[in-house]
Design a binder for this molecule. Structure first.
Ligand code: MYR
Length: 193
């Protein structure tokens, strides 16, 4: 096959490496969640908290890489910020582009709908039954909420972020609710240990 062909060896190698990396990433995240479930004795509220804190600490640092890589400038509106989060942030770090829906009339709250497969849950199944504690209480991808909260805090946006639906729980879609509380003055955020 010629080097210029669409299916040359480099592409096959690159695609396989990317695929393996993303599988490794998904499996690694899965083992973190499983370990937290063990450490916190299946107290899924606490597991959600821990995932959120881990994500927050990641977000505090990740924003620097994001701004350096993209050269994104200060957004003028929260609508603009949410477009950047979805089309550039999620694209760069997870290779997905959530759709943005369900804006509140004050333009401060919206939903990010994650396309399937969610890269964090690709090989994951939870025991879903109507009374299963895990499917009612665990927000498996909660780390994403923390990442967004931490990253946005670094650009002076105080937000609440939480999952309201997850396909993994048997919902029709995976939905993150994002709410702008206030625009902060320049403050150094405290890390959460
Ligand atoms: C500004 O107004 O200063 C620019 C705001 C840009 C915020 C972008 C945050 C990106 C967070 C990426 C999260 C990725 C989650 C997987």
């Amino acid at each position: 096959m010629s080097k210029s062909s669409k299916y040359n060896g480099d592409d096959i190698w690159k695609n396989n490496v990317e695929k393996i990396n993303s599988e490794l990433f998904t499996l690694t995240y899965g083992s973190v969640v499983a370990q937290l479930c063990r450490d916190f004795n299946n107290n899924y509220h606490e597991v959600n908290n821990q995932l959120d804190k881990m994500g927050y600490n990641i977000g505090l640092r990740l924003i620097e890489e994001f701004l350096a890589k993209t050269g994104v400038r200060r957004c003028q509106t929260f609508r603009e910020t949410s477009e950047i989060i979805s089309k550039i942030g999620f694209k760069i770090f997870l290779n997905i582009v959530p759709t943005i829906e369900n804006w509140s009339s004050d333009n401060k709250t919206c939903s990010l709908i994650l396309p399937e497969p969610n890269p964090l849950t690709e090989f994951v199944e939870l025991p879903i039954t109507t009374d299963s504690k895990i499917s009612k209480e665990l927000w498996y991808s909660q780390i994403l909420c923390g990442v967004l909260r931490g990253a946005l805090q670094m650009v002076q946006l105080d937000v609440d972020v939480n999952f309201v639906k997850d396909v993994l729980r048997g919902d029709d879609r995976t939905e993150i609710r994002l709410k702008l509380n206030k625009v902060l003055k320049d403050e150094i955020p405290a890390g959460e240990d």
